[in-house]
Design a binder for this molecule. Sequence first.
Ligand code: ATP
Ligand code: MG
Length: 283
Amino acid sequence: MLTIAIQNKGRLNEDTVALMADAGITASASHRKLISEASGFPLHVLYLRDDDIPQAVAMGVADIGIVGLNEVLEKEQDVDVRMKLGFGACRLSLAVPKSAEYTDIRWFEGKRVATSYPVILRNYFSENGIHAFVHEIAGSVEVAPAVGMADAIFDIVSSGGTLIQNGLVEEETVIRSEAVLIAHPHLDAEKEEEIGKLMFRFRSIIESKGMKYVLMNLPKQRIDEAVALLPGMKSPTVMPLADKEWVSLHVVLHENDLWDKIEQLKNIGAADILVLALENVIR
Ligand code: ATP
Ligand code: MG
């Protein structure tokens, strides 16, 4: 049976448990458990701190894991990144005090930079030929410049609110991260097959996020124009109506361009447009 390592509490826990639930897998959300058996899929769930997940997967204590890409890059453990999961988005950025006269990355030459991600930062500076002092601190990185512990910081940013509160300006984005599914690099065929099934479920859920099922009535002679407008999965479904001059057109659209497409369809005569939530797209 596969073992998956997930964060026991913290920012990724809830979305991880929710993704598994959407995939029909019930894992206990208990923070106190170390390991439990899921229902809905043959799976053991190991609850760990996110820092320990890459190592647990590299060692084979867990076969797979869900963790931020930032932790995977920082820990440099031997694991395969199998897929992005569409949540936990953030970036790792260099930020400097507002008062600093920042020019470009050369500003960091000889400076002290506080971070909880020393490996990623050292790699970035060495790739760019910068010699700076990397100070590893465990938490509250954003206060380091104000208390005189550092000249700048390298930290996780999502909205940027914490930086502003601490009088810091984000100057360089080093990596963009989101939650990823990682796997032990050498698994037997049986486990790989199970992982394939799990990834199939996850992919269906991720792909159907933001998709809408749209139905409308359309004058029959405008079908070709409508097909040209719509990307569709294959092509839109066209069904006859009692009124021979009209058809019913069904299509799946992404919410990003839903309203643009609806306007274009109205312009060629579409009427009675229904937009429905879509639960899952299974290909
Ligand atoms: P743990 O106790 O498991 O070590 P943690 O305190 O290290 O938890 P969390 O704050 O729970 O970590 O964040 C987990 C992950 O969530 C981060 O590594 C990152 O991938 C992602 N994340 C997304 N947005 C943010 C954010 N604004 N701040 C911190 N992490 C974020
Ligand atoms: Mg952590």
